[in-house]
Structure formats: C-alpha cells, structure tokens
Design a protein around this ligand. Sequence first.
Ligand code: NAD
Length: 363
Amino acid sequence: MTPLKTAHLSSGKSEIEIFSEPALERICEFVQAAAYSSSIMITSSTLYSLYGSNLAAALSTRLPCRSICVPNGEEAKTLEMANKCWIAMKQGQLDRRSVVISLGGGTVSDLAGFVAGTYMRGIPLLSVPTTLLGMVDAALGGKCGINLQQSKNLIGIFNFPEKILISLDYLASLPDRELRSGLAEVIKYGIICEPKLFEYVENQLAAILEKERTALKEVIYHSCVTKIEITEKDERDLEGIRARLNFGHTLGHALEELTGYSTFVHGEAISIGMCFAARVSLALGFASEKFVQRIENLILRAGLPIRLPKEIDSTKVFELMRGDKKAIKGKIKLILVKELGQAFQQEDVSPTLILEVIDNLKG
Ligand SMILES: NC(=O)c1ccc[n+]([C@@H]2O[C@H](COP(=O)([O-])OP(=O)(O)OC[C@H]3O[C@@H](n4cnc5c(N)ncnc54)[C@H](O)[C@@H]3O)[C@@H](O)[C@H]2O)c1
C-alpha cells in the first residue's frame, strides 16, 4: 500500500496510511515486512479487550509479542507506567530491532512514544491510534511524554513513529464524547491555517458526528496533512511555526491541570481555551466579534464547551498558565487569531487583560 502522507524529518521519515478496513491484517503485514525481531504492544485494558487481544494473537504467529495494559486516560502518562513498560521490555528481551506498537488514544501514544524513544536510546515505534484525537493529532508530530505530578507533558522527547496506521474502523466503538473531543483539534487546524477544513466541518458536522466514513476520512486526511506540513517546517518547535498548534492549549492545559484531569476531556479543555484565545484577540483588536462568534458557534454545535465553569478560580488558572512550558520568565505566550487561517504568537499580553477575559468567559 502506498503511504498516504510521508513526513520527511531529520531523523528519517514517518509514513501515514488511512484506511477503512480493520487494522489487524495491515499491522501484521507491516511488522512482518519490516522483519522486526520481536514486539511489545502498549495499550489500555479497554482497548485490549476490544481489539488488542485479537491483535496479540495474530501477531504472535509472526514474531514474539508481549502486551502491556496501562490505565485509561492521563493515569497512563506517569513515570510509574513508563517504568512498568521499560521493565516489561527488558523482561521480554527486546532489542534494537524490536518494535513498540502503540494501540490507543493520545495518552497511550504519548506514553508508548516516550518509552520507545528512551529504551536503549530508541527502538522502532508503530503507532495505531484508536481515537479521533490520536488520528488527527497526538499520534503525529513526534511529541511524546508523561506528566510530572499534575504538570502536563513536562517530561518528554521527540520521537516519530516509523509508521502510523489509521483505521476508521476503530471509531465505531469510540464514545461520542471522545469523538467530539477529537473534533476540537480538527476545528483548531481550521482556525489557525485551514479555512477550507473549518468550512467543511461547518457544513458536514452532522455527517461527522454520525461517523459517516467519507466525512471522517476527509477531516482525518486534511488534519494529518496540516499537522505533518507544520511539523516538517519546525520539527523541534524552535521556529515559532509549530507554536501555532498551541492555539487554545495554554488555557486548556491549565484547566485540565486545575481540575485534576477529571472534569474535562482534552478536546473540551482546548475548546474553552480556543474561545479564550479568540476573545483575547477580539479585546486586542485583532479579531472581529463576528469571527469570534463564528468560532464559538461551531464549537458549540460540535457539542463542546465554550465557557469556563463559574466556580473556577481565575487567579489559579492564570498562575498555571504562567507555569506553562512555553512561558519564559513567567511571561505567557499566546497564539492569537485575526481571521480564519491567520494565527500568530503574541508574547506581551497584559496579565490584567488575560485575567479580565478569563473572568468574562465564565458562563
Ligand atoms: N503528543 C501530541 O502531540 C498530543 C497532541 C494532542 C493531545 N495529546 C495528548 O493526548 C491525550 C488525549 O488523548 P485522547 O483524547 O485520545 O484520550 P485517551 O487516550 O485518554 O482516550 C480516551 C478514552 O477513550 C478510550 N478509547 C480509545 N479508543 C477507543 C476506541 N476505539 N473505542 C472505545 N474506546 C476507546 C480510552 O480507553 C480512553 O478511556 C492527552 O494526554 C493529550 O495531552 C498529545
């Protein structure tokens, strides 16, 4: 099969395939052709019973295969879980031609990418995302890592999978809330650099939420292409180009952290973060009220939140934003927008204005 999109990177290439069929045969075919010496599948218990056990059985007829299950959600992204994986890799006598297979959403791919990239200074990684968010974002782009206490993604590396196999079939079992969460990142690409993708989501929202395959394939394909193209231009996030992908994430991450990763799923926190960034853009005269309303309308129609819960402590959100990885000397960097497709980084937004917009965003 011809890869759908290949990312050309300083470390080699990362190939993406998107298909409608179940992934099992394609995964087996790929590991066999690559002649890996052995494998370890990292997944969650939910995904192991849905898909992982069949995959492990099929893989074990081709090469030695171990499986390790980590908890669902952010509890997977801990040093304890990374340690559990490294120990399993050692016990399985994985070598530098062994492959780590990540089967799961963004939390699993963040952890699996991290352990694959650090074990023996890096062994091959095959990523099989099972959430929309994983397919359009987390499994691409090479960023992976774990949380440090409550601090999101503070420990991490860049590690690109050799292959990313995206099967739409997995989305059949994905809960609606998780589908909507992934859609938040698609809407983000539309806002920051792909007006046509934004318009497509506006027009085809019902079909996407109904999981119609043509519509899903369209949004996944265009999101992948967008993320890969941005990543290729700024692989290590040093040029300010990749920073645009953080639109909505400074407040979003702070909110996730403040609520202990239990109130919002990732895309929901990012949705509120995007409304915040759009409202800062409006307050500074960069964006029009009409444009901000258009953004909020789509987010709302997608079943995602646009307002902060009333009980959220604005000062605490602000303090967490100052501790964001992107902040330098406590100065918050924000990605703002002018119009669809026009996003830019702003470093000197006044703390008073930030606090004011946070307060006004409560609903
Ligand atoms: N590395 C990156 O570039 C990047 C980008 C965006 C997000 N992320 C990270 O991704 C994480 C969020 O990922 P996520 O939204 O995929 O959440 P997730 O990995 O927690 O998965 C969400 C839930 O869906 C379940 N699930 C997954 N696939 C399923 C399927 N096919 N059927 C049924 N249930 C399924 C999981 O078991 C889990 O309970 C966050 O930690 C975020 O920081 C990373």
